[in-house]
Design a protein around this ligand. Structure first.
Ligand code: FAD
Length: 286
């Protein structure tokens, strides 16, 4: 099933993300977690793509297992260190496995990224390639608090317009912890005429160590209300987990209440977190 059909339906959607293993030794553990999450019957599940593409086969394999479990997969694909040939091979592999949805990404430019080896500069270049290949529903990333590489929010929105015009049919947001930031961003998108559906990405913070990682990968503002929870419960793992799930649940209920009908959970291969959130909003999802 195409993601666009799922997220534009009247019923609210709830989806989960998993990431593939870095080595084949961990494949079984990740597969087990992914299938446990699939058994919760989410609207769809996304499978991330390792930076540099070294684990591209794992992404395709995990996505295939999710599909075989009866859940629609969304396979991520990055392009910044890829050749056109490598991308086409991955597209062929995904098609052979029956995967219909791709999240087209640039990938981070790291100090060791060799740009001379890349046939692509932006995610929109990849989006065009996938659209020309044909047969996939294509999504892209967006950043309610602006991508760190963007000089300002105007140019950031302009890039999203280019991405939508290159064939991107939906956006998934970077995590955010204050819903007003998303509502403001949605308004700016619409004002610029970008009207592709947006899926809100929510990260349940279930341990204090995650905060450090969040700050290193995104510009997400951490509201006082949220920081107080981490200050008070960060050193009590079970309490932090419960509080992080409750905070994410509150964000999700507010999003649905304000007409954002598609929510994606950065579930970090944790079936118990995915399950707790789904149970907390079971009546809303009916
Ligand atoms: P782009 O859309 O190319 O944007 C990157 C920068 O270039 C932005 O500043 C943008 O404004 C600018 N830009 C874009 N197009 C143009 C243009 N035509 N002209 C001028 N400027 C332009 N990383 C992984 O490695 N694997 C994953 O699986 C993965 N999944 C992700 C899922 C989500 C939902 C999100 C939000 C991020 C994910 N990332 C992943 C991280 C992502 O790869 C990085 O944030 C990366 O730095 C940017 O990727 P992008 O696709 O948004 O790039």
């Amino acid at each position: 099933m195409k993601i666009t059909d799922i997220i534009t339906a009247e019923k609210p959607s709830l989806s989960f993300e998993v990431f593939p293993p870095k080595t084949s030794d961990n494949f079984d553990t990740v597969e087990k977690a992914a299938l446990e999450i699939a058994d919760l019957k989410p609207s769809f599940m996304s499978v991330t793509y390792g930076a540099g593409g070294g684990t591209s086969k794992f992404t395709a394999d995990i996505a295939e297992h999710i599909l075989n479990r009866g859940v629609t997969p969304l396979a991520h694909l990055t392009c910044i260190s890829s050749t056109g040939e490598a991308v086409k091979n991955q597209l062929k592999l995904l098609k052979e496995k029956g995967i219909e949805n791709i999240l087209a990404l640039r990938g981070d430019i790291l100090p060791d990224t060799d740009l001379s080896k890349s046939d692509y500069r932006y995610a929109s270049d990849l989006t065009k390639e996938i659209a020309d290949f044909g047969g996939f529903c294509i999504g892209g990333a967006c950043y309610p608090e602006c991508h760190p590489d963007s000089p300002d929010s105007e140019s950031d929105i302009e890039s999203l317009k280019i991405k939508a015009e290159s064939g991107c049919q939906f956006f998934t947001t970077q995590m955010f912890f204050d819903n007003n930031i998303l509502y403001n961003f949605m308004y700016r998108l619409l004002r610029r005429g970008v009207d592709v559906p947006v899926i809100a990405g929510i990260m349940p913070v279930t341990n204090a160590a995650q905060i450090k990682r969040i700050c290193s990968i995104s510009k997400s503002a951490l509201p006082q209300r949220f920081l107080r929870i981490v200050d008070r419960y960060g050193d009590k793992p079970e309490v932090m987990k419960q509080a992080g799930i409750a905070y994410a649940t509150e964000q999700i209920i507010d999003l649905y209440a304000n007409g954002i009908n598609a929510v994606h959970i950065y579930s970090m291969n944790k079936p118990e977190v995915a399950s707790a959130i789904k149970n907390n909003i079971s009546e809303i999802l009916k």
